[in-house]
Design a binder for this molecule. Structure first.
Ligand code: C2E
Ligand code: MG
Ligand code: MG
Length: 902
């Protein structure tokens, strides 16, 4: 038991792990990959967004910057081309200068970004200067004008040509090389001024640098602070910051003079950088130069170089922001994934568990497709989960149609089995039942229902096995009477018929019922004489009350009733029987509850079961008699198959005594061979009956009939005696491990006393016990495990071997096989007979593998072809038996065969 549990556990764990790895793991990985992918996509789309914004911000800033520069250029040109300025250039005196100064002041007033406007001579001498101060606009007095020839911008401007626009570096207030605080960022724009003699000087405007830099802050994407904007010149990155206050801008302006500029310029000027994009480590840049449409020529001061608008974002920071959800919810996601895996694991576990049970049941059921019996498996609620092919063809149903239904829903039999009765310790209910096929024919079957329960869960499955009726219908042995004409004794018929004969001729739906109270003698013993007659009378009256006006009740004998009525239609039988049953079961309330009626009744109705009263009574009686040998069935309607069976059984039973007396039984032997060497290593003894009246009768027919009357025990001893006597003659010639197999039916095997007698017979004979093997059928295994195991052990202790015959044809409880130490497994002919044409041999392989795993030898019966033998060889089966080697032969023939082959 223990090892099988471990085995099952191992199997389930293996299936479980396999499933988990092949189904659940990929699913979890897929979930995980999905999350990862969506995260990556999200990150990608964020980056895409940022880059788009970067581009537009840079482009717009560049456009704005260009517009400013163009407008400054315009303004300067307006001044230069003004009448006042032309007049001044022609005759520069204090008057004209004063007028220009006034004009400069007006100009400055209207342009808040201009902090200073000057006219400087080529030599560098300031001619006119107008300043913007805190107080207002100042025209600088001539005595305060300075010489600026040493300034870099003056030097640069001396080379300007007509149409040029000079743009200086961003300049800080510097006094003697020191920055003065507050810094004032200034950019100078200048154009050359020519007179008739040539280059006369330049118009120069100081532009408020911070106003320029506001372009940068204006477009900076401040809401997420992801993008920084800057203006890059050859020395500086201006305002790579995103805080918009004036002070900060000044600060950032000041502090951003660093080496990074060189690296950025290098990347900008490096070839292959057409996309205006590059990155330095994690910082991603986008830049754009400022282009002019050619109306004027911009000259950037050498110190400033070209200007670029440049933006950057830190991919690390963006990643960190996108990661945030995942990082923040890392635990949550892990927990969710864990819960998913756990749930999957549990679902798969439960499913595997359930399926492995199903697997075992259905696997055995599958084997049962080769069974001679109809097999069904239902769940604990009795809903069908499996039926084999035999069941399907017997009852004319298809599994697909009846799956999930309860058997009584599609088998409208007369038997109402209460399955609670199965649990009286044995877990087996058995009895003869009548069930209706889909075409409406009643079939009698011997039904055994096994309950499969677990220790804690109670009933889990019911396994129903429909075999041929064990208790073949009985009959009354009345000597040479011809059963065809009359079943009842003439006396009975004479007794009943005066009231009836002639009455029912050709009347439709006339029902005759014979009802017998089985325990009438017990009841009578409890009652006084007057009580007895009133009991019968009351019952008769009650019966009468449920019949129609055509009804009739006769009580010919104590405990025997004959009821007759005309039914509207045959199915009304059920209704009537329910009423009758109610009357009889309520009779236990009579006589202080002392009476409990047990009864059976046989029924027949016209015209199907007879046209005359004689025929109907006769057949109702046949049904009653058949019924009395069944368990738990209360009433039975006659049908033709009952009659056929009764007739056959009767013929056989009548002949059995003669057969024993006249020595009509004989034994034949069929050799069993080694699969590899093909030498005989045993024989099976098979009974033969050549009846003087019935001819050859097959043991498959008469053995079950003999079982009914326990005649089989007599036969068993008879056969063994013959075998032991006959085989004495071959004992010297057979090899050491040679076995003589003898079939034992379940009746024989289950009778401890008989088994002891048989063993004794062997011991008394000249054949040593080691040479004897008893073959028992597989069905015995499912009957009583303890008893079977006990008997097998008993045989073993007497050195007799045991083989399991017809393996695979019953409910093959493979698990039982493990616990019983049988020596040999005989695989039924059904599993080899269609090989290789209609069967690929998978099942025979599965069974033989299983047997080998359990250390049991395998013999295959019914081997007829070389191909079959070769296949068995490949499966390492040990033995075979069949027409290929020999048919069963008598002892003389056997001797000859052995002489030849050994
Ligand atoms: P079984 O014990 O399974 O016997 C094997 C049956 O298969 C025998 O049928 C045998 O003649 C038949 N057989 C053997 N080789 C081949 C083959 O290659 N092809 C075919 N088609 N059939 C083959 P048999 O003798 O008619 O016996 C039928 C059954 O009657 C036996 O089945 C056994 O269950 C029972 N039986 C026979 N003798 C006895 C006996 O002495 N006592 C009891 N209790 N039962 C017996
Ligand atoms: Mg056998
Ligand atoms: Mg067999």
């Amino acid at each position: 038991m223990h090892s099988s549990k471990i085995e099952t556990f191992r199997q389930i764990s293996r299936i479980l792990l396999q499933r988990f790895f092949f189904i659940a793991m990929p699913f979890i990985l897929l979930c995980w990959a999905g999350l990862e992918l969506s995260y990556r996509n999200q990150y990608k789309s964020v980056i895409f967004d940022i880059e788009k914004k970067q581009e537009s911000v840079v482009r717009l800033s560049a456009l704005q910057l260009r517009t400013i520069i163009e407008s400054v250029n315009n303004d300067l040109n307006i001044i230069r081309n003004s009448d006042e300025f032309t007049t001044f250039l022609a005759s520069p005196d204090s008057l004209t200068r004063n007028e220009i100064s006034q004009m400069f002041a007006r100009f400055l007033r209207s342009k808040p970004s201009f902090s200073q406007l000057r006219y400087i001579e080529t030599s560098g001498r300031e001619v006119i200067r107008v300043n913007r101060s805190r107080e207002g606009i100042d025209i600088v007095a001539p005595e305060n004008l300075q010489m600026k020839s040493d300034r870099y911008y003056v030097k640069s401007m001396q080379t300007l040509k007509p149409g040029d626009l000079y743009i200086s570096d961003f300049d800080l207030n510097r006094e003697d090389g020191e920055y003065t605080i507050p810094y004032e960022i200034t950019v100078r724009f200048g154009i050359p001024v020519f007179n008739s003699t040539g280059n006369a000087g330049f118009l120069l405007v100081n532009y408020d640098g911070l106003k320029l830099l506001q372009i940068l802050t204006e477009f900076e994407v401040s809401e997420s602070s992801r993008i920084s904007m800057g203006l890059l010149s050859s020395k500086r990155i201006l305002s790579f910051s995103n805080q918009g206050s004036r002070e900060d801008l000044t600060e950032s302006f000041f502090y951003h003079q660093d080496e990074q500029v060189d690296e950025l310029l290098l990347r900008i000027s490096s070839p292959g950088n057409d996309m205006n994009r590059f990155n330095l480590e994690d910082i991603h840049y986008y830049y754009s130069g400022i282009e002019f449409s050619g109306a004027f020529h911009t000259i950037f001061d050498k110190a400033a170089g070209n200007w670029y608008l440049i933006s950057s974002y830190d991919s690390n920071r963006v990643k960190a922001e996108s990661d945030q959800f995942f990082i923040r919810n890392k635990w949550l996601i892990t927990v969710i994934l864990l819960i998913i895996s756990l749930t999957l694991f549990i679902i798969i576990f439960l499913y595997s568990l359930k399926e492995s049970e199903h697997f075992y049941l259905v696997a055995t059921g599958y084997v049962s497709d080769f069974s001679h019996d109809g097999i069904i498996i239902t769940d604990h609620k009795m809903r069908l989960i499996y039926c084999n092919r035999v069941f399907e063809s017997t009852f004319g149903v298809r599994f697909d149609e009846v799956k999930g239904k309860k058997p009584h829903e599609f088998l409208q039999g007369q038997s109402r089995i209460k399955l609670s009765e199965t649990d009286n310790g044995t877990n087996i209910w058995e009895g003869n039942v009548w069930d209706m096929t889909s075409s409406g024919v009643y079939l009698q079957k011997f039904l055994r229902i096994k309950t499969v329960s677990t220790t804690h869960k109670g009933v889990q499955y019911y396994i129903g096995i429909y075999s041929e009726p064990r208790t073949i219908l009985g009959y009354q042995n009345r000597g040479g009477n011809d059963i065809d004409s009359s079943y009842l004794s003439q006396d009975t018929l004479d007794f009943l018929s005066p009231d009836l004969d002639g009455k029912y001729r050709h009347e439709a739906n006339r029902l005759v019922m014979i009802l017998r109270i089985n325990n009438i003698s017990d009841i009578v013993s409890l009652l006084s004489e007057s009580e007895e007659s009133s009991f019968i009378e009351t019952l008769s009256e009650n019966f009468q009350s449920v019949l129609s006006s055509d009804g009739l009740v006769i009580a010919p004998r104590s405990g025997m009733f004959l009821l007759s009525d005309v039914l509207e239609n045959p199915p009304m039988v059920d209704v009537l029987m329910e009423k009758i049953d109610l009357i009889l079961s309520s009779s236990r309330f009579l006589y202080n509850g002392r009476v409990s009626v047990e009864y059976v009744s046989g029924l027949a109705y016209s015209p199907e079961h007879g046209k005359t009263a004689y025929e109907l009574i006769n057949n109702a009686y046949i049904a009653l008699d058949a019924l009395s040998r069944m368990k738990r069935v209360k009433y039975l309607v006659y049908n033709q198959s009952i009659f056929e069976q009764v007739k056959m059984v009767r013929h056989i039973k009548d002949e059995i005594d003669t057969a024993f007396a006249d020595g009509e039984f004989s034994v034949v032997y069929q050799i069993q061979n080694d699969v590899i060497t093909r030498t005989p290593i045993g024989v099976e003894a098979l009974v033969r009956w050549n009846s003087s009246r019935l001819g050859h009768v097959s043991p498959a027919v008469f053995v079950p009939i003999m079982e009914e009357d326990l005649q089989i025990k007599r036969l068993g001893k008879h056969i063994l005696k013959m075998v032991l006597e006959e085989c004495e003659a071959i004992m010297e010639m057979v090899p050491e491990h040679f076995k003589i197999s003898i079939n034992l039916s379940s009746q024989e095997f289950n009778d401890k006393q008989l088994v002891r007698e048989l063993v004794h017979m062997v011991q008394e004979s000249r054949v040593v016990s080691e040479k004897i093997c008893f073959e028992i059928t597989e069905t015995i295994l499912s009957e009583n495990l303890n008893h079977t195991s006990f008997t097998i052990n008993y045989l073993h202790s007497n050195r007799i071997s045991v083989a399991i015959d017809d393996f695979g044809t019953g409910y093959s409880s493979l698990s039982y096989l493990k616990h019983l130490r049988s020596d040999k497994l005989k695989i039924d002919r059904a599993f080899i007979k269609d090989f290789p044409e209609n069967d690929d041999g998978t099942i025979i392989k599965a069974i033989s593998d299983l047997a080998h795993q359990m250390g049991v030898r395998v013999i295959v019966e019914g081997v007829e072809t070389e191909a079959q033998l070769n296949y068995l060889r490949s499966l390492h089966c040990e033995e075979f038996q069949g027409y290929l080697e020999s048919r069963p032969v008598n002892i003389r023939e056997l001797r000859k065969q052995l002489e030849e082959k050994l």
